[in-house]
Design a protein around this ligand. Structure first.
Ligand SMILES: Cc1cc2nc3c(=O)[nH]c(=O)nc-3n(C[C@H](O)[C@H](O)[C@H](O)COP(=O)(O)O)c2cc1C
Length: 327
């Protein structure tokens, strides 16, 4: 029995281009019990691609992470899962297999959510990875492939039979991309269909959402992705709400900018001087603040910590107050 979520029920989702060491550090500090790496290409790892391997680096002080692999060849997936296990040892919490990514460049190769259309192959991947590693193996997928055709409960059963120790479900169809809203009913239906733990995912943006998701679906853990963008505090709020405690106050403008500065510094520790990856985070931290729209152009020209600091200084001067942000 995989009981990991009994002590870790609040998770930062895997997010390509976002859930790197810097962001994971900030989310863990705010209360995420576990974070996932960005999705890692099994093919890329098999070519010993340095950029791909880089995705497996842990942040300073980060004890454990879940690694998410994507690919569609059982042998390659199994070999690379074994390599990851050897490399990471105890710092690997579990291996997750991506069967939910709907991006065209991923599904066109048969990876990500394309595997929901190939349950035989999906099961073969899980069996192969399970046989290759001692760590638990989990699968993350969506409500189904085609809009309106819910296959997740049956698919979850197949994954459990193949050896998945837990499943994570995002309540949208692959064809839906991120349109509309996530259906939490499917999380409850998956929960009924399997006996392994179920992670619920989709549209959790505050503490009350996390509580509502658990109440309505019975899920064993709550996974947050976009709700944490520019908002690592969502974990402190969800943690308190799930524990039935009063949620901490929303961050002030100063706290938001201080978090953004720290984020930039953490990114620079790993990436060096060029931290263009910070641009999107900066926009997320500033979202809704007076002057944010005008700062967008400047942010898009920032490269270094100093560049970002200069824009943050200007913004703070413009805002000139520490009123609650109202996020
Ligand atoms: C920028 C971005 C990158 C993502 N990358 C991944 C990924 O690498 N692997 C994955 O399984 N899901 C990925 N997702 C999907 C999220 O993990 C999550 O399932 C989805 O965003 C729904 O949760 P949310 O409503 O909390 O955002 C990504 C989502 C976003 C917005």
């Amino acid at each position: 029995m995989f009981d990991f979520f009994q002590s870790h029920n609040l998770l930062l989702a895997p997010m390509a281009g976002v859930s790197d060491e810097a962001f994971r550090t900030l989310c863990r500090e705010q209360g995420a019990d576990l974070t996932y790496t960005e999705m890692v290409s099994a093919k890329g790892l098999s070519y010993a691609n340095e950029k791909t391997r880089h995705l497996l680096h842990l942040a300073e002080g980060e004890d454990q992470v879940a690694v998410q692999l994507f690919g569609h060849e059982p042998d390659t997936m199994a070999a690379q899962a074994a390599w990851i296990e050897d490399e990471m040892g105890d710092s690997l919490a579990y291996l997750d297999i991506n069967m939910g990514c709907p991006a065209r460049k991923i599904v066109s190769k048969g990876d990500g959510s394309a595997l929901m259309k190939e349950p035989e192959l999906a099961a073969a991947i899980v069996r192969a990875v399970r046989a290759a590693v001692a760590h638990p193996v989990t699968v993350k997928f969506r409500r189904g492939w085609a809009e309106g055709e819910e296959s997740a409960p049956a698919f979850a059963q197949r994954m459990e039979e193949a050896g998945a120790c837990a499943v994570a479900v995002h309540g949208r169809f692959a064809e839906q991309l991120y349109r509309g809203s996530a259906d939490w009913g499917v999380i409850a239906r998956v929960k009924e269909a399997v006996s392994v733990p179920v992670v619920g995912n989709g549209d959790v943006r505050c503490g009350a959402d996390a509580v509502a998701m658990v109440e309505r679906t019975g899920c064993d853990a709550v996974m947050i992705a976009r709700g944490a963008e520019g908002n690592p505090w969502v974990f402190a709020q969800a943690k308190a709400a799930l524990a039935g405690e009063m949620e901490p106050p929303l961050p002030t403008v100063e706290e938001r900018i201080a978090m953004a500065r720290r984020h930039a510094r953490l990114l620079a520790q790993r990436e060096g001087k060029n931290i263009v990856r910070m641009r999107k985070h900066a926009m997320w931290y500033m979202a809704g603040l007076p002057g944010a729209a005008a700062a967008r152009g400047k942010i898009n020209a920032c490269v270094s910590v100093e560049d970002f600091d200069a824009v943050f200084d200007e913004l703070l001067e413009y805002v000139g107050s520490s009123a609650p942000s109202g996020r």
